[in-house]
Design a protein around this ligand. Structure first.
Ligand SMILES: CC(C)(COP(=O)(O)OP(=O)(O)OC[C@H]1O[C@@H](n2cnc3c(N)ncnc32)[C@H](O)[C@@H]1OP(=O)(O)O)[C@@H](O)C(=O)NCCC(=O)NCCS
Length: 159
């Protein structure tokens, strides 16, 4: 388990840190396609209804999450943990905190897409209460390969 992790809101000034963390977590491009540059994080964070969070241990950023919500519907845009810190509860902590944040914003249902091959992430989402809500064919494209996505959803009013 991580030693005294803290979760802090991410602002525009954190775009670089988010991009670096994302690149480390998603070193395997089959998990979510090409890396997201800092400019992508900056533009997402400048969009109303988007919120990002960084999990740190003793000031070192180890995991990130990015969420979007419109009215009562939310979406997990990305979630990743530095490979050196995986399997220590960081992803679960960020996921639970983000869902609680969305519920406070009035969100009642949250969706996400995850590659059907991503067993670690699917395990985490199921553990936290997400259920399968369908599939998107060829959602991820990588190296001429097409990977389907599971759509998963959770009702936050049942939390
Ligand atoms: C998916 C990911 C975010 C999980 O983060 P993490 O910090 O390692 O997760 P946690 O340590 O909090 O694990 C929580 C639960 O997730 C599941 N899980 C995590 N890693 C797993 C693995 N390799 N295999 C199966 N289940 C796994 C387990 O249910 C685990 O609970 P347990 O420890 O009680 O068994 C991380 O593996 C990651 O960053 N992967 C690359 C990026 C990615 O795929 N992001 C999701 C895109 S949709």
């Amino acid at each position: 388990m991580l030693d005294n992790p803290m979760i802090v809101p991410a602002g525009l000034v954190h775009a670089e840190i988010l991009a670096e963390l994302h690149a480390r977590a998603f070193a395997d491009p089959a998990l979510s396609g090409p890396a997201w540059p800092a400019s992508a994080f900056a533009s997402l964070l400048a969009t109303p209804g988007t919120a990002g969070f960084i999990l740190t241990v003793q000031g070192t950023p180890l995991a990130l999450s990015l969420w979007r919500h419109v009215l009562d519907e939310g979406e997990l845009l990305t979630l990743g943990t530095d490979p050196a810190a995986q399997g220590k509860g960081g992803g679960k902590a960020l996921l639970r905190q983000g869902l609680s944040y969305l519920a406070q914003q009035g969100v009642t249902r949250c969706f996400l897409e995850v590659a059907v091959t991503n067993t670690a992430a699917i395990g985490l989402y199921a553990l936290c209460g997400f259920q399968s809500a369908g599939q998107r064919r060829g959602y991820y494209q990588h190296g001429g390969q097409s990977i389907d996505a599971n759509v998963m959803a959770i009702d936050l009013d049942l939390e």
